[in-house]
Design a protein around this ligand. Structure first.
Ligand code: F6P
Length: 668
């Protein structure tokens, strides 16, 4: 395939397009009955087992996907990545995050220079520094050991480290190593996030790590200045040298900020932000918390998959198979989203991290050569650990925590919206308008998802709650009378607080798929932070984004505007924003208990409006039952008396194989 030819113009793509129509006629029930097929759809690597037999694909599909991979010169592209070619052509950079976890004796070149010694120089420096801090030989300005760490950073300088930290927090060796220490992450410029981070910490015993690839990101720099002030107002400005260190590719700016460059940990422009967790971005804060030897194991795990990805034939190659089947699902079946469902609470931050890695990487509108794509790229990623369910029974636990009178205000807020919903005319009725326009977006425009984007860290759990309220209510296939619906109902809801989302999945919502957005902003912050000498305080900085983003989505940016700005011709397609993307903006006066109650009720009623229009029963949830009853069959097999692999019976080939593996391994 010539480099400017689109993959959809190849015979291999067209062949798959024809093939998917056949596959669509076949139910997975039938496919799962073919044991030979299922056997061929299992891959083992280093103790892990991937079963892809429940994909809507046959062995023929997989072969056709391998042919597509050939047409796309996949192997050649993988080799180019590992060989340090500048495959990030629009930024003219190598893509070498694999070098960050390569063994000391590896040779990975960027522009002819082996970068592995540089990587290990920084790793050795982190090991030494983290041991000094952890052992108490590096002390703060008042001579006290630094037992707490706040890592300031956003996007890739936050989500990957947060994911790994959350995953390690309950790992036995890590628990031992972290005893008496705390690691916190400050990402959002929202003063609420600042307040949460510093609450209960003493500047005397706290080390602040400023993590920013560019050292220019507005939120991170403002938060860094805020915490510098927190330290120097308590301990004097000289204390900064002992209490602040940095991770960046931009050491001159680190120095300009006032951090000793000897206390800066470098990484390189060949590491993308969202791929940087294995650089000092993640390794430094995680080593401070858990010790370098725990973090080294994590790096070794990543490196083992790098080797597997680089050298394993495609039919046994886990990342290749997962990637090809994602293309199959997104571009041929037309599935717009992907749910990431770890059955481990320890992986609760996997989905937000993958949102950035995936949606910022693949939510694109043009090919690498700048040709507008006639097919969709990227998936809308979202997810929560299975089997979490939100309990609506809040008044008792909340009253125990905050007292009944606070909770009563929340109830009054909800009730005020109930009255408004019941009696306001439709053209002034917030839930009705929101609901009707949601139906318009889903059923008429065909937009499958909705992003919930509160510009307040205090609302970080709004999206998971609305996922339940909305997706459990309106994710239905039949009308309230049981008639199969010829139209889609419900949206795929996901979201993170702004501005965190901006440094993550907003790429896809600006230039990839169209996702209607709910922007929620607050006039008065719960926790105002005023910084001496700062013109713009944390809350104003946050809200600048709340006001800017909806217009960016609506208006976009045209090639003509870019030309007027003298943007080089070859970058114009990549920097063009189509605009024309819908959103709501909801500005609340404050975030009191009363306002929180109102916000809750607005969503509840809006979702009811959608259900009433779609003619479904928004108040049942039969869809969650089947999985539960199948789980009880499995549970019986797992009962103590059945703890022998050979007793597994009554399941298909795939589940039997998985269960045997589980029982055998857990009996060891
Ligand atoms: O705005 C998106 C982004 O550039 C991400 O790609 C990056 O991870 C994040 O912002 C933070 O950037 P930095 O590490 O330079 O502060």
């Amino acid at each position: 395939m010539a480099s400017s030819t689109l993959i959809c113009d190849t015979e291999q793509w067209k062949d798959l397009k024809a093939h998917v129509d056949d596959i669509k006629k076949t139910h997975l029930r039938e496919l799962m009955g073919d044991t030979e097929r299922c056997k061929s759809m299992m891959v083992e690597f280093d103790g892990m087992l991937l079963d892809y037999s429940r994909q809507r694909a046959t062995l023929e599909t997989i072969n056709k996907l391998f042919k597509l991979a050939e047409a796309a010169r996949l192997k050649e592209k993988i080799n180019k990545m590992f060989n340090g070619e500048r495959i990030n052509s629009t930024e003219n950079r190598c893509v070498l995050h694999v070098a960050l976890r390569a063994p000391r004796d590896a040779d990975i070149k960027c522009d002819g220079k082996n970068v592995v010694p540089d990587v290990w120089q920084v790793l050795d420096k982190i090991k030494e520094f983290s041991e000094r801090v952890r052992s108490g030989s590096w002390v703060g300005a008042t001579g006290k050991a630094l037992k707490d760490v706040i890592s300031i950073g956003i996007g890739g300088s936050f989500l990957g480290p947060l994911f790994v930290h959350t995953a390690l927090q309950t790992e036995p060796e890590a628990i031992e190593c972290a005893r008496g220490r705390q690691l916190r992450f400050l990402a959002n410029v929202d003063p609420v996030d600042v307040a949460r981070n510093i609450t209960g910490l003493n500047p005397e015993t706290t080390l602040v790590v400023v993590v920013s690839k560019t050292f220019t990101t507005a939120e991170t720099m403002l938060n860094a200045r805020t915490l510098r002030e927190w330290i120097s107002s308590a301990l004097g400005s000289e204390a900064v040298a002992k209490h602040m260190v940095a991770v960046s590719t931009n050491i001159p700016l680190v120095e300009k900020f006032g951090i000793d460059p000897n206390n800066a940990f470098a990484f390189w422009d060949w590491v993308g932000g969202r791929y940087s967790v294995c650089s000092a971005v993640g390794v430094l804060p995680l080593s401070l918390q858990y010790g370098f030897s725990v973090v080294e194991k994590f790096l070794k795990g990543a490196s083992s998959i790098d080797q597997h990805f680089y050298s394993t034939p495609f039919d046994q190659n886990i990342p290749v198979l997962l990637g090809l089947l994602s293309v199959w699902n997104a571009s041929f079946h037309g599935y717009p989203a992907r749910a990431i469902l770890p059955y481990s609470q320890a992986l609760e931050k996997l989905a937000p991290h993958i949102q950035q890695v995936s949606m910022e990487s693949n939510g694109k509108q043009v090919s690498i050569d700048g040709v507008v794509l006639p097919y969709e790229t990227g998936e809308i990623d979202f997810g929560e650990p299975g089997t979490n369910v939100c309990s609506a029974v809040g008044v008792l636990p909340l009253s125990l925590q905050y007292g009944f009178s606070v909770v009563e205000k929340f109830l009054k807020g909800a009730s005020s919206i109930d009255q408004h919903f019941y009696s306001a005319t439709f053209n002034q009725n917030i839930p009705v308008l929101l609901g009707l326009l949601s139906v318009w977006n889903v059923s008429f425009h065909g937009y499958p998802a909705r992003a919930i984007l509160p510009y307040s860290q205090a609302l970080e759990k709004l999206a998971p709650h609305i996922q339940q309220v909305s997706m459990e209510s309106n994710g239905k296939q039949v009308s309230i009378d049981g008639v199969v619906l010829p139209y889609e109902t419900g949206e795929i809801d996901f979201g993170e607080p702004g501005t965190n989302g901006q440094h993550s999945f907003y790429q896809l919502i600006h230039q990839g798929r169209v996702v209607p957005c709910d922007f929620i902003g607050v006039v008065k912050s719960q926790q105002p932070v005023y910084l001496k000498g700062e013109v713009v305080n944390n809350h104003d900085e946050l809200m600048s984004n709340f006001f800017a983003q909806p217009d960016a989505l609506a208006y976009g940016k045209t090639p003509q505007q870019l030309q007027n700005e003298n943007v080089p011709q070859h970058l114009i397609p990549h920097k063009t924003f189509p605009g024309n993307r819908p959103s709501f903006s909801l500005l609340l006066p404050s975030l009191s208990a009363y306002n929180i109650g109102q916000l809750l009720a607005i969503y509840e009623h809006r979702i009811a409006v959608e259900g009433f229009i779609w003619g479904i029963n928004s108040f049942d949830q039969w869809g969650v039952e089947l999985g539960k009853s199948l789980a009880s069959q499995v549970r019986n097999q797992l009962h103590a008396s059945c703890k022998k692999g050979d007793l597994v019976k009554g399941f298909n080939f795939s589940t039997t194989t998985m269960l045997k593996r589980y029982l055998e391994a857990s009996a060891d």
